[in-house]
Design a protein around this ligand. Sequence first.
Ligand code: IPE
Ligand code: IPE
Ligand code: MG
Ligand code: MG
Length: 411
Amino acid sequence: MLSDRPVRRFPGATPNQGHPRGKVFHYNGFALPMSKSDMQRHGGARTLHRCAGPEANSGKISRSCAFDDVSTAFFPASRNHPRPKARPPLTVEFLQSAIGAEMSEVDRVLRASLASDVVLIRRVAEYIIGAGGKRLRPALLLLAARACGYHGRDHYTLAAVIEMIHTATLLHDDVVDESSLRRGHATANAEFGNAASVLVGDFLYSRAFQMMVGVNRMRVLSILADATNVIAEGEVLQLLYAGDAQTDEARYFDVIHRKTAKLFEAAARLGSVLGDADADCEDALAQFGMHLGTAFQLMDDVLDYSGASADIGKNLGDDLAEGKMTLPLIRALATGTSDDVALLRHAIGDGGLEDFAPVLEVLARTGALGYARDRAVAEGRAAAACLSGLPPSEAGRTLLQLSTFAADRTY
Ligand code: IPE
Ligand code: IPE
Ligand code: MG
Ligand code: MG
């Protein structure tokens, strides 16, 4: 069954684009599609749909997003692993009410920072930044700064810097992963080509460094220089392990700590540095960011198999197509029958998405998806525990909700 609905139901849309169903709310200066609960009320988040991306106009279903229905069938709710709640405790709407005004300022800085007389840079950068996204990392920085009593304006600059670094990694990552859908739109590489994506990613990185120099604090420079270096190591390590069925949990956690959690850690640490927090408080917030980012990537890896493409704004199956050794696969290889292991090894080596449905069946039956989800919940709890020593504040309470969201999210 094919629906002609566009896939733009992900919480991110270009300004003034509106939503096919007409309901729009505002976050970070962007017009966003209707809320999650609205989407669920109107149903169909898991129905098959035509994909954005190169195949969008061809009438074909993309190789990956055609699996939405399959994932629902093979990932039934159970006592131990209930389906995520219909409405996660933290949503972009919630963040809007908590820090919407400050995020608008971050967005203003972000857009102003894309200035360049090279037209293609503006086009590509505005294409991906204008597509929205959850803006979790800048929100984390703002909240950490607030929790530490910061009252200046540098947190706007640094929050924009963090989002630009994140965006640069996405531009590069989508080239490496050969992804065709991001934030509910064709990826920049699908739209403008690999070369433009890589080069504009480099522009965003270097512009971010120009901006952080403006903050004029060596400590800030040092945190961000270290973080970007570690992220690059993580992506290269992941490349090395791709297709290697021997990859174990230790390697997996090493990769996700570096490629994802490090930037969350840097965001939280920077907020505390701006607020002149003492060493204990800074370390607690940095640890919070590390656990939060780990939970976040664990769920990303679960959702790559069991999410709904319309919700996550990405195609399912990208990880399998790349032979990416994420925790669901690692766990199923360790606990499956010999037939399961043979099937998984073949799919990992082959990268063939014709194996997606049988692989998903193995991941669900062996409890590997539930296992990865449980690890995300544990990381979310570890993050929450890091906040216990902080003085009570509204920002601290929002951070706590962020830790629940990271492990409970469906998008
Ligand atoms: C995607 O991050 C890359 C990962 C580290 C999993 P997000 O899921 O935060 O992407 P956006 O910014 O909301 O699009
Ligand atoms: C996150 O990993 C990549 C970065 C940290 C840049 P993924 O490859 O899983 O991210 P998505 O799923 O493409 O967003
Ligand atoms: Mg990717
Ligand atoms: Mg992913």
